[in-house]
Design a protein around this ligand. Structure first.
Ligand code: FES
Length: 168
């Protein structure tokens, strides 16, 4: 496992805080994802050995909690809210337009790794829906007629025009 030294050091401090090693699983996974952007198969094997559990026990947790990612994120990460307010304001149409214009299906990352497009649940800006996060920046009122500048911004970031903030 090619973890940063500071990540390894944090993990070594986390594990003894728990009466049983296996109880540190979620915290250790969180650190690995913050380091690598996702939880790879290799990482799951590594954690299983480290915490003296079976790889299947790690896989169960990684697949149960939606906050853990098994795939690498694209250079630009777009999340479109589809919870009630945004749904009623047209989020599904917004999603369809983004899929078409960006050439990426919801829930996928483009083959070149430039973009990840996903649905998200409430982003706490329900009064100005549909809303989306582009990396960590919130875009509001994303009705199809107002998507032009947002799509241009996403394409710029996906092409590497803007550094992507930390992804945890
Ligand atoms: S429902 Fe979309 S931000 Fe709350």
């Amino acid at each position: 496992m090619n973890l940063k030294p500071e990540t390894l050091s944090t993990i070594e401090k986390i594990i003894p805080r728990y009466p049983q090693k296996r109880s540190a699983l979620m915290m250790v996974l969180h650190e690995i994802q913050a380091d690598q952007g996702h939880i790879s198969d290799e990482a799951m094997e590594w954690v299983a050995t480290k915490l003296e559990i079976q790889p299947i026990n790690v896989l169960e947790v990684v697949t149960f909690f939606p906050s853990y990612r098994r795939q690498k994120l694209g250079r630009c990460w777009v999340r479109v809210c589809r919870t009630l307010s945004c749904g009623l304001m047209g989020a599904y149409t917004t999603g369809e337009v983004l899929e078409k214009e960006l050439g990426c299906k919801m829930g996928h990352t483009t083959e070149d790794g430039s973009l990840t497009l996903e649905w998200s649940e409430c982003l706490a800006a329900c009064g100005t829906g549909p809303v989306a996060l582009v990396d960590e920046d919130l875009f509001e009122n994303m009705t199809p007629d107002k998507l032009g500048p947002v799509i241009a911004e996403i394409k710029k970031r996906a092409a590497g025009g803007v550094p992507t903030p930390t992804k945890g």
